[in-house]
Design a protein. Structure first.
Length: 115
């Protein structure tokens, strides 16, 4: 599916039960994951990152496990009633790609590791 406003490709993953697993190959696209029960396990270390990449996850139960290159800048927004946010520290530069994580749910959290 394409966002007609920007021409940027958006990868939609919709599943009533079950999560989403993604390993980047080539250029990573913005991704939207919508589930009732299930999270997102995304590895962006194997592909090329755009200057800005967004991962949006909406579910009742399920979190986000994200792996990014060591130099990437990560921004997290969203809401979980139960769950935390853990981002492995790393050094980024002003010219580093930005990965935005927007995660919404009742139970779940966000865990970001750098490779």
């Amino acid at each position: 599916m394409t966002n007609t406003n920007s021409g940027k490709r958006i990868n939609w993953q919709i599943s009533p039960i079950g999560g989403h697993r993604q390993r980047a190959g080539g250029r990573a696209a913005d991704t939207v994951v919508v589930t009732t029960i299930g999270g997102a396990d995304v590895d962006l270390t194997g592909g090329e990152l755009a200057p800005e990449t967004t991962l949006t996850k909406v579910s009742l139960i399920g979190g986000v496990k994200l792996r990014v290159p060591a130099h990437a800048d990560v921004e997290i927004a969203g809401f979980h009633l139960f769950g935390g946010r853990t981002v492995q520290s790393g050094a980024s530069s002003p010219s580093a790609p930005v990965v935005r994580v927007r995660a919404y749910g009742v139970i779940g959290g966000v865990k970001v590791s750098r490779v």
